[in-house]
Design a protein around this ligand. Structure first.
Ligand code: SAM
Length: 322
């Protein structure tokens, strides 16, 4: 097993199935253009082989499928059916929910039991101005149907100063009423926000600001979380839980166990490092040739992790797999 001096190893793999997305969220895509798939994206077979090899070479236990938007990818069905056989402890998927109603039967048939849906507001006008694609009603409908089909749902919200702070309590109420867990994600200095400190600071909302806002309506208490969890979790007695992924306020680099594989075959050991390691060519090789080479690259990728705190990264989230 590959372990670093801080005792960190890769347990959680995030696969960006495609960089294509049917949204162009303001904090993710600066120019407002929705993305098509990169020309040199890996096939579903190669990606599934990548997962199998990384389970062996790195000890991956949990997999999250992300993007881009994974539900727009034609590879989704064959990829899902291949990874279902690999004995992973947990498979989950992060989606903007726009195509959830349409793809739900496929996800249920593939055995998926939990999803994260990104939703920054319940206000249709604010939705249009932040996501710059899709429509709110489809997302809400998709979540209701997924819940009715027995899926466990977490909702991801990025609070943005001046844009959706008035939605923190409505979204929390919406989630508590339905038994969904709301996860607030502190804005991260990724892509254009890593280069423009003003744009970042104007929009950034800290953990403390959020808790103050939530405290106006609810009493909450911090709860325990697994050692390599990224979220700080809170319980509202008798109502449910919420979490905050507080990259800036409570950095979690010391216990980070994440590895990312991009849709074009690059391994990323850290969101905050510009280093990446190409493995696309190894995925066509037989196991006995691929694994030793993969392990050498995994050592490098583990060495890319920050010691203490996230400091921003030039790569855009939709490329690296948010
Ligand atoms: N399309 C899918 C979705 O919307 O969930 C998956 C990919 S998206 C890049 C994954 C998550 O990254 C979303 O919840 C999105 O809000 C978040 N994200 C993107 N850029 C971010 C940033 N700069 N800071 C914090 N979260 C970000």
């Amino acid at each position: 097993m590959i372990v670093d001096r801080q005792g960190r190893r890769f347990r959680n793999l995030r696969i960006s199935l495609t960089s294509a997305c049917n949204y162009a969220c303001t904090y993710c895509v600066p120019n407002g253009k929705r993305l098509v798939a990169a020309q040199d994206e890996l096939s579903a077979d190669a990606m599934a082989r990548g997962v199998a090899y990384l389970i062996e070479a790195a000890g991956i236990e949990r997999l999250r499928i992300t993007g881009g938007e994974p539900l727009v990818s034609p590879k989704l069905e064959s990829f899902m059916s291949a990874i279902g056989q690999m004995g992973l402890d947990d498979i989950s998927l992060t989606t903007n929910g726009q195509l959830l109603t349409k793809k739900l039967p496929l996800l249920v048939d593939a055995g998926l039991r939990r999803i994260n849906v990104s939703l920054d507001t319940l206000d249709p006008a604010a939705f249009r101005s932040i996501a710059r694609g899709g429509d709110l009603a489809s997302v809400l409908d998709g979540m209701e149907q997924a819940a009715a089909a027995g899926m466990k749902i977490k909702v991801n919200m990025v609070p943005l100063s001046g844009q959706n702070l008035d939605q923190v309590l409505p979204l929390l109420d919406y989630c508590l009423e339905r038994g969904f867990e709301l996860r607030f994600i502190e804005l991260m200095r990724m892509g254009h926000l890593a280069k423009d400190a003003n744009a970042f600071l104007q929009q950034f909302v800290s953990l403390q600001q959020l808790l103050t806002l939530i405290g106006e309506r609810y009493e909450y208490a911090q709860t325990d979380a697994p050692v390599d969890a990224t979220a700080v979790r809170y319980a509202i007695a008798g109502r449910g839980n919420f979490g905050v992924i507080a990259n800036e306020s409570v950095p979690f680099c010391r216990t980070c166990s994440r590895l990312r594989l991009s849709s074009t075959g690059w391994l990323h050991g850290c969101l905050s490092s510009s280093n990446r390691h190409y493995v696309g060519d190894l995925l066509d090789k037989p196991r006995h040739e691929a694994l030793p080479a993969l392990q050498r690259l995994l050592m490098k990728a583990l060495g890319d992790k920050q010691e203490v705190a996230f400091s921003g990264g030039a790569t855009v989230m939709k490329i690296i797999g948010g």
